[in-house]
Design a protein. Structure first.
Length: 193
C-alpha cells in the first residue's frame, strides 16, 4: 500500500502510525534509519496530541526549506509523507483518498492482532534459504553482500512476503552471470511459493 503512495511523483517516503506513535509501518529509502523514522512519528504524534480533537485538521502540512511533511489523519492513527516542495497536491489527494479506508482497516487490525511468531519464524527460515541460494551463485562473498543488503533494507522491515520479494530483487542485481541470476530467481520462486 505505501509503495503505491510512494509512486506519486514528489513523495520520498511514507509511514503509517498509531496516534501514540508506537506502532509504525514505513516505506522509506534506506537513507532513513529507524531512528529518523521514529523521530518523524513521535513529532507528528506530539503535534496531534497537543491539538484538541475538534482542532485537528484532516490534512496537516509542515513546510520546510527543502521539502515538507504531509500528514493525513486516519481513524486510529495517521499517514505521514515526506515530500519534495514540487509535489502535485491534486494527484496526491486522490491517492490518499483511495488509500485511506484500506489504511484505517490495517490500523484497526494492528490494534487487535499481535505478531504471530510462526509467521516470523517462517519468514526467517525462508530468508535463510534465500541467503544459501544467493551464496551458491556468487560464492563466499555472498555472505557479506547479503548482510549489507539486509542493512540497507533494515531487518525490522521484514513483515511479509512482499518484503522478501524486495530482498530477492536486490540480491539478483548482485549476480553478474545471466545463468546464475536465472537460477537464483527460479530457486527464489520455489522458496517463496
Amino acid at each position: 500500500m505505501l509503495q503505491n503512495i510512494n509512486k506519486v511523483e514528489g513523495v520520498i517516503g511514507s509511514l503509517v502510525s498509531t496516534v501514540d506513535g508506537e506502532k509504525t509501518v514505513h516505506a522509506f529509502p534506506p537513507l532513513f534509519d529507524g531512528e529518523h523514522i521514529r523521530k518523524i512519528a513521535t513529532t507528528i504524534s506530539g503535534t496531534i496530541r497537543q491539538s484538541s480533537t475538534a482542532d485537528t485538521p484532516e490534512l496537516l502540512e509542515m513546510r520546510y526549506q527543502n521539502g515538507m511533511i504531509i500528514t493525513r489523519m486516519l481513524r486510529g492513527g495517521f499517514l505521514a509523507l515526506l515530500c519534495t516542495n514540487d509535489i502535485n497536491m491534486s494527484l496526491l489527494t486522490i491517492s490518499l483518498n483511495v488509500a485511506k479506508p484500506k489504511l484505517e482497516i490495517l490500523l484497526a487490525e494492528s490494534a487487535t492482532i499481535s505478531v504471530n511468531p510462526d509467521v516470523v519464524k517462517n519468514l526467517t527460515e525462508r530468508m535463510d534459504k534465500l541467503k544459501i541460494a544467493f551464496i551458491r551463485q556468487v560464492g563466499p562473498v555472498g555472505e557479506y553482500l547479503f548482510e549489507e543488503i539486509l542493512k540497507k533494507l533494515g531487518t525490522a522491515a521484514f513483515k511479509d512476503d512482499d518484503d522478501l520479494v524486495d530482498l530477492v530483487d536486490l540480491l539478483k542485481d548482485e549476480i553478474e552471470s545471466t545463468v546464475g541470476k536465472t537460477e537464483f530467481i527460479n530457486e527464489s520462486i520455489t522458496i517463496l511459493s
